[in-house]
Design a protein around this ligand. Structure first.
Ligand code: B12
Ligand code: SF4
Length: 501
């Protein structure tokens, strides 16, 4: 049996990092962990190939070779997924689909032969058993949550590591919080389910043995969802694992209560974590209460962010506008917050209601849903009828994005951050591509770019004031270029959308 695992293309989005990856000659930021995990669950005697369309082309030969195509995708990959499914069917390849988009809208994909939905640990064995008996059904789904103690090490051998900027592994699934707009709890549950530290080490060892020397993203929904296990079982083992290794820095996603736990932050930094993405959402207490983001209420959020930065963790932040409680002042308040906190990578989006969330149910009851979701939450679109007029919301959104990603304010924020940040403990060794990226940045940003003044000002300041953070300064300059490019594209689309409506 020949199995072709296919990952559709991401459009040019905030998180695609497409414009930044060109500087280091990488094709994508991360490989498709879901597909690699599924690959490891298939019978070992089956032949497997991965085609991640973000890094390589799907050829007619691939399709000729394949008996089955296993496809995974997020909503944002919808267009590419559709095209790929059509090509598979034209080539008479049977299509098996799983992953987030199919969980939320599998009825929209009439050409798919089999849907293996939710967590493959539960549904894939049923599909495989039925397939063997020659009676595979069209849909396999479950409302149970899997025990991930049995999840195998992803099949890294299928990946061309050098095409990616980072690798990823997963320690836990689920989140103890209950934010109204988030579908993590519906998809993966309230109780964080964890792997054993031994499983994580086996995954890291496997990556290391395949020659990976670079960042590893722990893709947990909330890495600190179960602090006790993290502190007693995982982090001490990670600290040990790092000893004698060439730099493998880690990054992850967490919640703001990380700022309350000095020892946890210290242990994470010791283990090699240098960045954490946190859903800040809004500085407005009423909006936080409205979306049940209890963990963010009654806090000095700027000070929390700074405390985490001072401990040695960069905070990337998620922000949302369009809550019912938002007033026209929210746009400037978001700008002020982002600038003051020094959150360089600020993902700002309009509030959206993904199916399966409490927000979706509430707005459905209120008759306030309209249209579908693009799956990109940083493109200025929404499936909600907001309390504020949609035009005012879009204009305010544009105002935020234009401000925070304008070279002047972006570089100002980088400096605010670098002043606070404790240099990371573990850094990957600089390779030739990174030196070349620096020279490319001089040409593209320091000579040709409209940010050239800010670029040189930042590099000189860093050289004299925070020399150990010089490579971070260059990286941020390159990220800034990507964010600005994406904003330019998205904001033009957003204006066109406003004009149409
Ligand atoms: C890592 C990650 C990313 C990475 C993607 C890297 C990559 N190459 O895939 C980055 C940071 C780029 C990213 C970006 C975004 N992401 Co994201 N991301 C995740 C995250 C945290 C982990 C995904 C992962 O690797 N999980 C680990 C693997 C093992 O799980 P899995 O992929 O779900 O696979 C399991 C099953 O789904 C199933 N399965 C999966 N595929 C297949 C295929 C077949 C054939 C079968 C049988 C089974 C199967 O089996 C696996 C084992 O159980 C998830 C949340 C989550 N916990 O899943 C969100 C998530 C996938 N992201 C989401 C979203 C919305 C986004 C963004 C739009 C912005 C945002 N809010 O973060 C952007 C869009 C991307 C872009 N470029 O524009 C949503 C997707 C919702 C949807 N319906 O599409 C999720 C579910 C988070 C959420 N609840 O909102 N993301
Ligand atoms: S803390 Fe994050 S992952 Fe957890 S429910 Fe809220 S938004 Fe979702």
């Amino acid at each position: 049996m020949n199995i072709l695992l296919i990952y559709p293309e991401f459009p040019d989005t905030f998180w695609s990092f497409k414009h930044a990856l060109k500087f280091v000659r990488k094709k994508a930021s991360l490989p498709p962990l879901g597909l690699l995990t599924v690959a490891a669950m298939l019978p070992p005697e089956w032949k497997k190939r991965l085609v991640d369309v973000n890094v390589t082309k799907l050829t007619a030969r691939d399709l000729e070779w394949a008996d089955y195509a296993f496809i995974s995708a997020m909503t944002v990959q919808r267009d590419s997924a559709r095209q790929i499914i059509s090509r598979c069917k034209e080539a008479s390849v049977t299509v098996v689909a799983g992953g987030p988009i199919f969980v939320s809208e599998h009825e929209q994909f009439e050409k798919v032969d089999h849907f293996v939905l939710n967590e493959a640990e539960l549904t894939l064995p049923l599909f495989l058993a039925d397939l063997e008996q020659g009676r595979a059904r069209r849909v396999y789904a479950t409302s149970e949550f899997a025990d991930i103690h049995t999840t195998p090490v992803p099949l890294w051998e299928l990946v061309d590591l050098k095409r990616y900027a980072s690798m990823c592994i997963q320690f836990s699934r689920g989140c103890p919080f209950d934010c109204e707009f988030c579908n993590v709890t519906a998809l993966l549950g309230h109780r964080p389910r964890t792997k054993t530290a031994g499983q994580v080490i086996a995954e890291l060892d496997s990556l290391y043995d395949f020659g990976w020397r670079g960042p590893v993203f722990f893709v947990d929904d909330n890495f600190i969802g179960n602090k006790r296990i993290i502190k007693t079982e995982l982090l001490p083992v990670l600290v040990e694992w790092q000893e004698g290794k060439e730099g493998i820095p880690f990054n992850t996603e967490g919640s703001i209560n990380l700022a309350d736990d000095e020892s946890l932050m210290h242990m994470m930094v010791e283990a090699g974590f240098d960045t954490v993405f946190i859903g800040i959402e809004t500085p407005d207490e009423d909006s936080l209460a409205e979306c049940s983001k209890q963990q963010n209420v009654n806090r000095d959020l700027v000070e929390d962010v700074k405390r985490i930065q001072r401990a040695g963790l960069e905070v990337q932040g998620g922000f949302i506008v369009g809550f019912d409680s938002d007033t026209p002042s929210i746009f400037q308040r978001q700008i002020d917050f982002i600038q003051k906190s020094g959150i360089v990578t600020a993902m700002v989006g309009l509030l959206q209601a993904p199916p399966g969330t409490q927000l979706y149910e509430r707005l459905k009851r209120e008759g306030r849903l309209q249209g579908g979701m693009t799956g990109d939450n940083v493109d200025g679109t929404t499936n909600i009828v907001p309390r504020m007029s949609l035009d005012a919301l879009r204009d305010g959104y544009k105002q935020i994005m234009e401000h925070i990603y304008s070279p002047r304010h972006y570089y100002q924020r980088v400096k605010t951050f670098l002043q606070e940040y404790k240099p990371p403990k573990i850094k990957p060794p600089l390779d030739m591509q990174q030196y070349l990226a620096f020279f490319r940045s001089i040409l593209r940003l320091g000579i040709l770019g409209k940010e050239r003044f800010q670029y040189w000002k930042l590099l000189l300041w860093t050289l004299f004031r925070r020399p150990r953070l010089f490579s971070e300064a260059v990286t941020f300059a390159i990220y800034g270029y990507h964010f600005r490019k994406v904003c330019e594209i998205r904001l033009v689309e957003c204006s066109a959308e406003s004009a149409r409506s």
